[in-house]
Write a protein of this length. Sequence first.
Length: 131
Amino acid sequence: SSASNPMNPVPIKIDPVNGQAPMCTTLGGEGDVPLGKNLWLAILSDTRKFFFRPVALNVVQHRWISKKVTIGSKDDPPGTLFAVYAVLVDDATNQQLARDRFAGGIATLPPNFEKVSQIEVERGSESAECK
């Protein structure tokens, strides 16, 4: 079976995080991104805004990874829960995200952002910022 077999795609899923995550963490998952779509992570912050991180695809293994994902801020106590969504966007939205990632965050996900997976990530005490 080829990695781009449209007949039998692997559903997109974020791997659960075991235990608490540092403020700067790496998230991964599985799944095949449909043609014409692009996968991003959307992290809902403590300020109720969505922030975005790109993912790198490994199509052969039906896997993806996102590095330097910021979970919360330095002020958030350990144990705080954050929602992380895998979202699919079209090419035009992908280009906009690639340019500025909606710097400053956005309060609501536009309707063209398709949520395909969600996990809760629990913040640990490690609060070093992503560099």
